[in-house]
Design a protein around this ligand. Structure first.
Ligand SMILES: Nc1nc2c(ncn2[C@@H]2O[C@H](COP(=O)(O)OP(=O)(O)OP(=O)(O)O)[C@@H](O)[C@H]2O)c(=O)[nH]1
Ligand SMILES: [Mg+2]
Length: 345
C-alpha cells in the first residue's frame, strides 16, 4: 500500500480530560466498539505485537488500528500490510494522546464496521499513563532488554493498566531479566494486573493474550441459550477435532485405543465464550504419559491445535480444558464404546 492516512491531532483545549474520556467510552460502548490502548517504551514491540494479533484475528473480527507518533507513518504502513484498517496520528510533538485526540482519530478510522480498535500510543512509559484516552482497557508492554526494575521506576503506567505483556522472551537467555521479580514488582503496583510473557517475534504466549482479549469484547451474537448444552452433533464434532489432532501427533506411538469424550460444552452467560471440557481415554498408563508428554508439552500442543479448529468451526472463543484418563480395555466394553459416541462396526 502506497498511501496511509496521516491525521494531525490537536491536544484538547479542555482541562477536563477525564470527563471527556468517560463520554467517549460511553459513546463507544453504545456503538459496540471496543477500544484498547497499548502503551510502552519506544521499541519494546508494540507494532510487532499488533501485527501478529491482527494476522491472527483479522478473519474473525473487524479491526482498526490507530498508530500514534510524533512523526513518520512507519507504523501505520507496517500495520496496513496486514490488511487491517490503519491510520497514523501525529501528535505535533506531544508525548501522549488525550481523549480528544483519540476521538479525532476514531472519527477518521471508524465508518461503522469496526468492532475492535487498538490504539498504539506514543512510545514512552511516563506521559501516556497520565491521560485517559477513553479506552475500555489499557495494556502495556515491557520488553526483556528494558530490565525487570521498571515497575519500581515508572509506577503509574503499571497502575493504570489491565494487562502487562513481557515481550521478547525469546532473548531471555542473554539478559539478566528476572521474570519472577518483575511479576512481584508489577503486582506491588497493581495486584489486578494480568501478566503474560510473550514473544511477538516467535508468537509464543500470544494465544493466551488473545483469549483474554476475546473475553473482553462486547457480546457477539448468542450462539446457544444461556448455559445451554448444544446439540449432540456439535459436541461430537468437538470430540472428533481432538481425536484428529491426537492421531496426527501420535499415530506412530498410539495407533489405536484412544477415545475422546466431551464432558461439558456450554456457552458462558452473557458472553459468546464456549467452555469445552474434554477427556481423552487411553488403555495404558504408558500411553497416558505419551499423550501428556514431557512437562505436558504434547497435551498442550494437541489442545492448542484443537482449540483453534474448534474456534474456527464455532466462530467463537473456546476455552478448552483437556484431561487424560486410563480406562483399561474400553474397546471391549460396548457401553463405553456407545458412551464415546462410536458405533460398533
Ligand atoms: N527478539 C525480539 N525482537 C522483537 C520482538 N518484538 C519486537 N522485536 C523487535 O524490536 C524492534 C522494535 O519493535 P516495534 O514493534 O517496532 O516496537 P514499538 O514498540 O512499536 O516501537 P515504537 O513504535 O518506536 O515505540 C524491532 O526490531 C522488532 O523486530 C520479540 O518478541 N523478540
Ligand atoms: Mg511502533
Amino acid at each position: 500500500m502506497d498511501q496511509v492516512r496521516v491525521i494531525e491531532v490537536k491536544q484538547s483545549i479542555f482541562a477536563d480530560n477525564d470527563r471527556r474520556a468517560a463520554e467517549l467510552r460511553a459513546e463507544l460502548k453504545e456503538k459496540g466498539i471496543f477500544l484498547l490502548n497499548l502503551m510502552s517504551a519506544p521499541g519494546s514491540g508494540k507494532t510487532t505485537t499488533l501485527r501478529r494479533t491482527a494476522e491472527l484475528l483479522k478473519g474473525e473480527l473487524k479491526i482498526g488500528v490507530m498508530e500514534a507518533d510524533i512523526d513518520s507513518d512507519v507504523d501505520a504502513r507496517a500495520m496496513a500490510e496486514t490488511g487491517v484498517k490503519a491510520i497514523q496520528l501525529h501528535t505535533g510533538g506531544m508525548c501522549h494522546l488525550d481523549a480528544d485526540m483519540t476521538r479525532q482519530g476514531l472519527d477518521e478510522l471508524v465508518d461503522g464496521d469496526v468492532e475492535l480498535v487498538i490504539l498504539e500510543n506514543v512510545g514512552n512509559l511516563v506521559c501516556p499513563a497520565e491521560f485517559d484516552t477513553g479506552a475500555v482497557k489499557n495494556a502495556m508492554i515491557l520488553s526483556v532488554p528494558e530490565g525487570h526494575d521498571k515497575p519500581l521506576k515508572y509506577p503509574l503506567i503499571f497502575t493504570v493498566c489491565d494487562v502487562l505483556l513481557i515481550n521478547k522472551i525469546d532473548v531471555l537467555p542473554w539478559f539478566d531479566f528476572d521474570l519472577e521479580k518483575v511479576r512481584e514488582y508489577a503486582h506491588m503496583r497493581n495486584p489486578r494486573l494480568q501478566i503474560f510473557p510473550v514473544s511477538a517475534k516467535t508468537g509464543e504466549g500470544v494465544d493466551e493474550l488473545l483469549e483474554v482479549l476475546g473475553g473482553w469484547l462486547p457480546e457477539g451474537p448468542q450462539l446457544f441459550p444461556d448455559g445451554a448444552v448444544t446439540d449432540q452433533p456439535e459436541r461430537q464434532i468437538m470430540a472428533e477435532i481432538v481425536r484428529e489432532k491426537l492421531l496426527r501427533e501420535l499415530d506412530q506411538e498410539i495407533p489405536h485405543g484412544t477415545a475422546v469424550e466431551v464432558t461439558q460444552f456450554s456457552q458462558r452467560d452473557d458472553t459468546d465464550i464456549i467452555d469445552c471440557h474434554v477427556t481423552i481415554y487411553c488403555e495404558k498408563a504408558s500411553h497416558k504419559g505419551i499423550i501428556i508428554g514431557k512437562g505436558g508439552a504434547m497435551l498442550k500442543k494437541i489442545s492448542t491445535q484443537a482449540r483453534k479448529d474448534m474456534e474456527a468451526f464455532m466462530g467463537a472463543k473456546v476455552y478448552l480444558e483437556t484431561w487424560v484418563k486410563v480406562k483399561e480395555n474400553w474397546r471391549d466394553n460396548p457401553a463405553a464404546i456407545q458412551n464415546f459416541g462410536y458405533t460398533e462396526d
